[in-house]
Design a protein around this ligand. Structure first.
Ligand SMILES: *[C@@H]1O[C@H](CO)[C@@H](O)[C@H](O)[C@H]1NC(C)=O
Ligand SMILES: *[C@@H]1O[C@H](CO)[C@@H](O)[C@H](O)[C@H]1NC(C)=O
Ligand SMILES: *[C@@H]1O[C@H](CO)[C@@H](O)[C@H](O)[C@H]1NC(C)=O
Ligand SMILES: *[C@@H]1O[C@H](CO)[C@@H](O)[C@H](O)[C@H]1NC(C)=O
Ligand SMILES: *[C@@H]1O[C@H](CO)[C@@H](O)[C@H](O)[C@H]1NC(C)=O
Ligand SMILES: *[C@@H]1O[C@H](CO)[C@@H](O)[C@H](O)[C@H]1NC(C)=O
Length: 447
């Protein structure tokens, strides 16, 4: 056999630590799994010394993290150091064969390993040796007052066993050491959607089921058995102080939470995961985009027009432009399309082609008034409607029907009805005959 194979086999079948120490190690409590946390326990150990015999005076160490004799190790997170129990003062059976001492572990407030170093030391007092590979059972009575601090949850520090009789200072974990304490068994073990707080026997639900530190919810099932819904600002909530209003609520109070799936069913007029967005009217009629106030405050073509496209802090005073109104991400409205550029700069117009709250109206053609010397379409220096800002040189005013006709909408499309004497689809042409040849301008008739 090649040498490396031999080596491999040796490695694979190398006796493991547990074969050196004990086998059939078990720990049990008088009322396994149903013990109120903080209640004194009767603890039973079983073990077989494996490759060594025990003789008079030999010691077996049982490291019992989270176990304490402290009277405060119950029901609450508060703790304190308990007391040690001197050798031969621990009440146990069979006391003809064993005696024991208890070393109380260190209490540490707020740490994850309270009483980590608690130790039960068994000593063989029988003059007869204990022969290897025989099973021994020791019961430590309730009267010693040893308790499990806040229960013994899964994945907590393991109970370890070692001995000075084995010639090694190593420990192995007790093979079968069940949980101690009620945990959350009476709360469907948190429905697999939470972790159990053994100190309080309560569930800390996972996110989506009512996690108290990451979620806002109106209702949570104590057993984490139902979903929560996304939260948003509640529009209909009264202020609770001069600086706080519109608290976060599930579905923003604009919908009903479906707790089976954790999704909001929004009332009419609201949308978004937490129903926190106003629906834009008629989906902006297909002629505009639906944008929030925050978004619009940075758009140079949103009304009222503003050339300054830095974030304006919608709803705030100019000196605190970087602050934001509470509904900046909540209120939505249409920013309508336009075949010409809209804004206050050169080449832009102070009106959009499509308008109306739902962008359903298409503006009439327009142009300069043919009867005046002034250039009505010049918006240089002209203050935009409802705005604090004015048009730059080359900025255009949109003059519908050139001021020489009325804009009439038919199914949303505006067409100029020119006054007498004016022609063209924008009424910008003067009739040679001083009158127009049709009440309505219509390109089809014109040809
Ligand atoms: C343990 O005791 C048995 C029985 O007396 C004996 O046969 C064995 O050699 C001892 N083993 C050790 C490791 O001392
Ligand atoms: C708990 O105590 C053991 C020794 O008793 C030590 O090896 C281990 O690191 C301790 N664990 C923590 C989390 O302090
Ligand atoms: C283990 O320690 C005890 C107490 O010190 C001692 O009486 C005993 O002889 C020791 N056993 C071994 C095998 O060293
Ligand atoms: C935009 O407004 C801010 C605040 O008033 C001002 O400091 C900034 O200069 C303005 N920017 C432009 C391009 O007008
Ligand atoms: C907003 O602007 C004011 C004045 O410039 C400044 O003092 C404040 O720190 C700014 N706040 C934030 C959140 O940027
Ligand atoms: C009128 O003003 C507009 C916008 O500034 C400009 O584009 C256009 O050339 C001007 N028309 C005349 C005849 O000056």
């Amino acid at each position: 056999m090649p040498r490396f194979l031999l080596l491999l086999l040796l490695l694979l079948f190398r006796p493991s630590l547990s074969e050196y120490l004990f086998k059939s190690t078990q720990i049990a409590y008088d009322q396994t799994g149903a013990v109120a946390t903080g209640e004194a326990l009767e603890i039973t150990f079983a073990f077989k010394p494996w490759n060594f015999n025990l003789t008079f005076g030999d010691l077996i160490y049982v490291r019992m993290p989270r176990f304490s004799t402290s009277t405060y190790a119950q029901g609450s997170e508060g703790g304190s150091a308990g007391s040690n129990i001197a050798m031969d003062s621990v009440q146990l059976g069979p006391s003809t064969i064993w005696k024991a001492s208890w070393t109380e572990g260190t209490w540490c407030a707020g740490c994850s390993n309270p009483y980590n170093s608690s130790l039960l030391t068994l000593q063989l007092r029988d003059v007869n040796a204990i022969v290897r590979r025989t099973l021994h059972t020791v019961t430590v009575y309730k009267s010693n007052g040893i308790k499990s601090y806040c229960g013994h949850p899964m994945n907590s520090q393991k109970i370890m066993i070692g001995t000075n009789a084995s010639g090694t200072d190593q420990y192995m974990s007790v093979e079968n050491s069940p949980l101690v304490g009620n945990g959350c068994q009476d709360k469907s073990s948190c429905s697999l959607h939470g972790t159990c707080d053994y100190c309080y026997n309560t569930c800390i639900c996972d996110e989506g089921y009512g996690n108290p530190s990451t979620e806002i919810y109106d209702y949570v099932r104590i057993d984490c058995g139902e979903r929560t819904c996304p939260a948003g600002k509640s529009i209909g909530s009264l202020p609770t102080s001069s600086t706080s209003a519109h608290p976060l609520k599930e579905c923003s109070d604009n919908g009903i939470c479906d707790r089976q799936v954790g999704q909001c069913a929004c009332f009419d007029g609201w949308e978004g995961l937490s129903c926190d967005r106003r629906v834009c009217p008629n989906k902006c009629s297909g002629h505009g985009i639906c944008a929030s106030m925050r978004e619009q405050s940075g758009m140079s073509n949103a009304f009222p027009l503003s050339r300054n496209v830095t974030h304006r802090g919608y709803g705030t005073r100019p000196e605190t432009r970087n602050t934001t109104a509470w509904d900046a991400d909540f209120m939505y409205s249409c920013v309508c399309d336009s075949s010409w550029p809209v804004g206050l700069d050169h080449g832009e117009f102070q009106a959009a082609e499509w308008h109306g709250a739902d962008c359903s109206l298409k503006r009439c053609p327009g142009g300069d008034d043919p009867m005046t010397a002034a250039n009505e379409t010049d918006c240089n220096g002209k203050q935009a409607e409802n705005s604090l800002e004015t048009g730059k040189p080359g900025n255009g005013c949109y003059v519908e029907c050139s001021n020489r006709g009325t804009c009439i909408y038919e199914e949303g499309i505006g067409r100029c009805k020119c006054f007498q004497g004016f022609l063209g689809e924008d009424c910008g042409t003067m009739s040679e005959f001083g009158m127009n040849f049709g009440e309505w301008f219509d390109p089809a008739w014109d040809e």
